[in-house]
Each structure stands twice: as C-alpha cells, then as structure tokens.
Write a protein that binds this ligand. Structure first.
Ligand code: PEP
Length: 256
C-alpha cells in the first residue's frame, strides 16, 4: 500500500501575483524530492496562474460547486477547475463546514462532481475541541468519513488510482499552533482507515490519509513518521518556500 507521501499546501484566502515566486521556488525544489508528491491549492484567481508557473507540482482548488455550470453566482465548478489545468480539489475543509455550513451530504455531492470532472480530491474531516473533550472524536470523524466520501464506481476507480485522499484535521489544531499528539493522530488515522476499508474494500488501502493542523518544520518529521500518516495538509506553513520545503524534506526522509 506504500505510495509517495502527499504534501499539500492550502493557501486558504491568501495569495497574490507576488506569491507566484514562492510557488516557483517550491516547484524548482520539488525536483530534489521525486519520492514526495507535492501540491499547492491557492485561491481560485491564482489557480490558472500557478498552473502556468509550475511544472513539477500539482495545483488544486479549495472548493467546487456540485453543478458543472449554471446560475450559481460566485461559485466555481469542478469542470472549470479541470479546464484551467487543476489536478485536484480540497473539499469539506472545516473552514468551509463552519463558514458556509457545508454538510457531509453536500461535500459528497461536490466530491462526485469533482470525480466526474476528472479531478483528484482531498476530503477533510476533523473533530472540534468540544467533541474531543467529550470523547466523541472517533465517532464524529468516522461519521464524517461515512457521510462525505464519494461512493460507487467512480470513487473506487479514483481510490485505485491514488486520486482520493482524506485529510484528518482536528479543528482545534488548525491555525492555532496546537498539534495533535502523535498517539492521537495514529488512533484517528486508524479509525479513518477502518471506514475507508468498509467503504472501498481493498481499494481503501490506497486512499492516503493526510494529517493537518499546525504542521511546521519542527513537528513535521514526527508526524509524518507516525503509523498511517500518508502526508500532510499544510496551511500557514505553505505560504513561503522557506517554511514549506522543510516539511517536504521531512516527508522525503520518511520514505527513505
Ligand atoms: C489547513 O489549512 O488545512 C491547515 C491545517 O492550516 P494550518 O497548517 O495553518 O493549521
């Protein structure tokens, strides 16, 4: 089941044309890490620009609509992302679940649309601090996996092709500087893996489970070496090459 670790930078609502230089620097350095799959997800206005600026790394969106086109002012479809050269899309990030009240069933519909457009997907799940303190972390995250991940033949094919990933991101660890304990990460990833096997059978082993939540140069090696961790979804530390590349390097070491 081993596959290249997947290190994905989520720029959230940050970015500018000036930041293309950071993407180019990450892209150049990527050649030194052929055993790591590297990608960046900038805001929509920069997806096409980044696509044209880089060669070695993947580029993705941070959301898509369920429909391919139509009367949905302000939204962007998966087909449009694919048309401008995106490789994948992040879906169900906790900031979208919170800010836009996205439900598991909506995220699944977006995932179906993304797969239909030929995109890879990264579906985000994670518990709040309240849920963790109440001892509900595994139940909450398992229910999110059961409810948000796509099902059916297209999903199985995507899993087989390593185009399906899950990001376990405890909400309380995102952008806070608080990182989940390695043993909790291992336990949560095992719980996610169990649900993936239930959904996809053997192909569930091919779905990479990324950890996300305040990953940085200091903690990346420990997290990426943990059992069941197939990569990282990185927010704040993906905004500069200097902050992001040590995380990529840590993933490369884990492979060796
Ligand atoms: C994220 O945006 O998914 C994330 C994990 O952010 P940060 O690394 O800043 O916590």
């Amino acid at each position: 089941m081993a596959h290249r670790p997947y290190i994905v930078g989520n720029w959230k609502m940050n970015g500018s044309r000036t930041m293309l230089a950071e993407a180019r620097a990450i892209d150049r350095a990527a050649l030194r890490y052929p055993d790591v799959q590297i990608a960046l997800a900038p805001p929509f206005p920069f997806v096409g620009l980044l696509r044209e600026a880089v060669n070695a790394i993947g580029i993705g969106g941070q959301d898509c609509h369920t429909a391919a086109k139509g009367a949905h002012t302000g939204d962007v479809s998966a087909a449009m992302l694919a048309d401008i050269g995106a490789d994948f899309v992040i879906l169900g990030h906790s900031e979208r679940r919170r800010d836009h009240h996205e439900s598991d069933s909506l995220i699944r519909a977006k995932a179906d649309a993304a797969l239909a457009a030929g995109l890879g997907i990264i579906v985000c799940v994670g518990e709040t601090l309240h849920e963790r303190d109440a001892g509900q972390a595994e139940a909450v995250v398992s229910a999110q996996v059961d409810g948000s991940l796509p099902l059916g033949d297209a999903a199985l094919e995507a899993a087989q092709a390593y185009k399906l990933a899950v990001a376990y991101e405890p909400v309380w660890a995102i952008g806070t500087g608080r990182v989940a304990a390695v043993e909790d990460v291992v336990a949560m990833h095992a719980a996610v893996r169990e649900r993936l096997t239930a959904a996809y059978g053997d192909a569930g082993a091919k779905v990479r489970i990324l950890y996300g939540g305040s990953v940085n140069a200091e903690n990346a090696a420990g997290l990426l070496a943990a059992q069941g961790v197939g990569g990282a979804l990185v927010g704040g530390a993906s905004l500069t090459a200097d902050a992001f590349l040590p995380i990529v390097a840590a993933a490369g070491q884990g492979e060796g």
